[in-house]
Write a protein that binds this ligand. Structure first.
Ligand SMILES: *[C@@H]1O[C@H](CO)[C@@H](O)[C@H](O)[C@H]1NC(C)=O
Ligand SMILES: *[C@@H]1O[C@H](CO)[C@@H](O)[C@H](O)[C@H]1NC(C)=O
Ligand SMILES: *[C@@H]1O[C@H](CO)[C@@H](O)[C@H](O)[C@H]1NC(C)=O
Ligand SMILES: *[C@@H]1O[C@H](CO)[C@@H](O)[C@H](O)[C@H]1NC(C)=O
Ligand SMILES: *[C@@H]1O[C@H](CO)[C@@H](O)[C@H](O)[C@H]1NC(C)=O
Ligand SMILES: *[C@@H]1O[C@H](CO)[C@@H](O)[C@H](O)[C@H]1NC(C)=O
Ligand SMILES: *[C@@H]1O[C@H](CO)[C@@H](O)[C@H](O)[C@H]1NC(C)=O
Ligand SMILES: *[C@@H]1O[C@H](CO)[C@@H](O)[C@H](O)[C@H]1NC(C)=O
Ligand SMILES: *[C@@H]1O[C@H](CO)[C@@H](O)[C@H](O)[C@H]1NC(C)=O
Ligand SMILES: *[C@@H]1O[C@H](CO)[C@@H](O)[C@H](O)[C@H]1NC(C)=O
Ligand SMILES: *[C@@H]1O[C@H](CO)[C@@H](O)[C@H](O)[C@H]1NC(C)=O
Length: 492
């Protein structure tokens, strides 16, 4: 049967089922009319997970449609990953803001008779217990942060399991976590998912303190003299849509006097409720356009304060980008095949800036929301967000030579390197990638004001600790708001 005829049959539906069952196509009756092989329902593409910045549960980056698996004739022989912690409760600052806006609501009116969009408040309870859990990962629900780390490790264990040998004798594979409670927890969960019962046999968990004295030898480098742009220090988070929302809710409930700051707080609170409970009645209180506006405030913050809109951030990201070039060129035989690293969102955005991934051609506008928006932070650093650098060994194809290639994968979407996409699967030849990236990187030490008394390079990938002492938690989680850790995983 010609494809056109089968499409017509599918549209006609069940009455024509027998006509679709061509005996010459085994299995065809299992495919039609139950599911369309190619989904047609893209519709508007709206999803709140793409309009709340880094506050909400993980979602893959919207892809360019390049296959995630290695291109035909290629195999991954080295992986360098940088991953953010999983879904979590709010940090102390935002949590205080949530309570301030909630107190304003609860003290305004008759708490037993909420009406309009806030009717659900007659039953709703706040989800952040006093004291405990602040800043820690969530552990229940569909978007539990602890599950994110384990599941991601389990998935990468399938994808990259060929890069280690469970039958090897005395195998040590280092993993690297920046020194922060929730990040170390993520690294451990990931390791358990990836290496399974062999995790504590094999993994040497290295904790890299986040303190400034680490200089360039850090997963969380920073600048000594803060050189943020004026825009960053004056991000007011005031979108006109927030005033619309405040007026609407105030009109529905007597004495309610929410302003745009409260709307911002409540939208951020809704985002965190998704991390903890998995659902939030607050999501539907706000319109799609209001969520788009909220998401854009987050994009502005990442872009101007820890991304390409901050003059220093390319230099900050150059530390990791430059050191990963060395690993890629040493290759798996000399350097090892697996480099699994864990940090914060604002440590990933500088690396992306250094590599030119997701950087828009022009600065993000402050007076309007641009479409398309290359810097949608929901695509860049959701909870659990990660940049995966794959080194590929490839056979020759009609258009490319046999050799070593590099692909950048951001939240499971392949993002071709700007100016070098001629390799298999739109990859870049390692030699070309190396010369292009190294020529584009600013100098971290001089840009960020570190003198010679500070470590000048990222060194821990080659000088790691082989102890298994820090693979598992031996104490209760560090209390709220005090997440910084030492080399030994104790409170800094
Ligand atoms: C490359 O070609 C060799 C020889 O044909 C083959 O054995 C190998 O599997 C190929 N590699 C990949 C990744 O397809
Ligand atoms: C508060 O709500 C209750 C129940 O709906 C109602 O009986 C009462 O009149 C309300 N009081 C005020 C002051 O609005
Ligand atoms: C992994 O675990 C199995 C079963 O305990 C053990 O035989 C094997 O030696 C372990 N592999 C490594 C690399 O430790
Ligand atoms: C494995 O490592 C232990 C401790 O370092 C050592 O005593 C032992 O000889 C090693 N075994 C092999 C087969 O290398
Ligand atoms: C901060 O932003 C507001 C609103 O965009 C603007 O009116 C004000 O001039 C800005 N202040 C500075 C110091 O840039
Ligand atoms: C909204 O009200 C709070 C006090 O409830 C205040 O701190 C804040 O500055 C106000 N925001 C605006 C934009 O006026
Ligand atoms: C900020 O850093 C840039 C280089 O990235 C430099 O040109 C500029 O002078 C610095 N400004 C301040 C105020 O330090
Ligand atoms: C790498 O660079 C060389 C020299 O500029 C060029 O001929 C080649 O096509 C490039 N290869 C890829 C895969 O971009
Ligand atoms: C990159 O790292 C190499 C050593 O691995 C070092 O020689 C070089 O100076 C570094 N470049 C920058 C810009 O940090
Ligand atoms: C480096 O800078 C620190 C302050 O950041 C200062 O205490 C120290 O003396 C400086 N060392 C050198 C060698 O300049
Ligand atoms: C590894 O860390 C432990 C605990 O901090 C320390 O005693 C040991 O000397 C370290 N080993 C290396 C090789 O750095």
């Amino acid at each position: 049967m010609a494809p056109l005829a089968s499409a017509v049959v599918a549209v006609l539906g069940a009455a024509s089922l027998t006509a679709a069952q061509t005996p010459n196509r085994p299995g065809s009756q299992n495919r039609y009319p139950f599911a369309k092989p190619y989904d047609q329902s893209f519709l508007e593409g709206y999803n709140v997970l793409k309009h709340a910045g880094g506050n909400v549960p993980y979602s893959n980056r919207e892809s360019y449609g390049i296959g995630r698996d290695p291109p035909q004739g290629c195999a991954v022989d080295q992986v360098i990953m940088l991953k953010r912690h999983g879904e979590r409760w709010p940090d102390p600052g935002p949590a205080a803001n949530f309570k301030a806006s909630l107190n304003k609501i609860y003290s305004s009116t008759n708490a037993t008779a909420w009406t309009g969009a806030l009717e659900f408040l007659n039953r709703w309870t706040y989800f952040v217990p006093d004291g405990r859990y602040i800043a820690l990962e969530s552990y229940n629900g569909p978007y539990a942060g602890l599950l994110d780390g384990y599941r991601h490790g389990a998935e990468y264990g399938v994808r990259y399991g060929h890069l280690w040998d469970p039958t090897a004798v005395n195998l040590t594979i280092p993993m690297f976590s920046s020194g922060y409670e929730r990040i170390l927890t993520t690294a451990r969960k990931f390791g358990e998912g990836f290496f399974g019962w062999n995790y504590t046999d094999v993994v040497a968990m290295n904790i890299i303190p986040e303190q400034v004295y680490m200089g360039a030898n850090s997963l969380t480098p920073t600048c000594l003299h803060d050189n943020q742009t004026a825009v960053c220090s004056n991000l007011t988070n005031q979108q006109p849509q927030f005033k619309v929302a405040a007026a609407r809710l105030n009109a529905q409930n007597k004495n309610l006097q929410l302003n745009s700051t409260d709307i911002y707080n409540l939208m951020q609170m809704a985002s965190y409720e998704l991390n903890v409970r998995g659902y939030s009645d607050w999501v539907d209180v706000f319109s799609l356009d209001e969520w788009v506006a909220f998401g854009y405030t987050q994009d502005l913050s990442y872009y101007y304060c820890s991304g390409p809109g901050d003059k220093n951030m390319k230099a900050v990201g150059a530390v990791y980008a430059n050191a990963s070039l060395t690993l890629l060129n040493q290759g798996p035989d000399k350097a090892g095949a697996l480099y699994l690293n864990f940090c914060h969102d604002t440590n990933i955005t500088p690396v992306l800036a250094a590599l030119g991934i997701s950087s828009p051609a022009e600065d993000l506008p402050l007076d309007r929301i641009p479409f398309p928006n290359e810097y949608n932070s929901g695509n860049i650093v959701p909870m659990g967000g990660h940049l995966t650098i794959e080194r590929l060994t490839c056979n020759a194809t009609a258009i490319s030579e046999a050799g070593t290639y590099v692909r950048l994968v951001l939240n499971e979407a392949v993002v071709p390197y700007t100016g070098c996409q001629d390799g298999p699967g739109f990859s870049c030849a390692l030699a070309n990638y190396t010369s292009l990236v190294s020529a584009s990187l600013p100098d971290f030490i001089s840009t960020c004001g570190f003198n010679s008394s500070y470590p000048q390079y990222l060194d821990f990938w080659w000088n790691y600790n082989t102890t298994r002492d820090y693979d598992v938690e031996t104490q209760n989680p560090i209390p709220a708001g005090e997440g910084l850790l030492t080399y030994q995983g104790t409170a800094a």
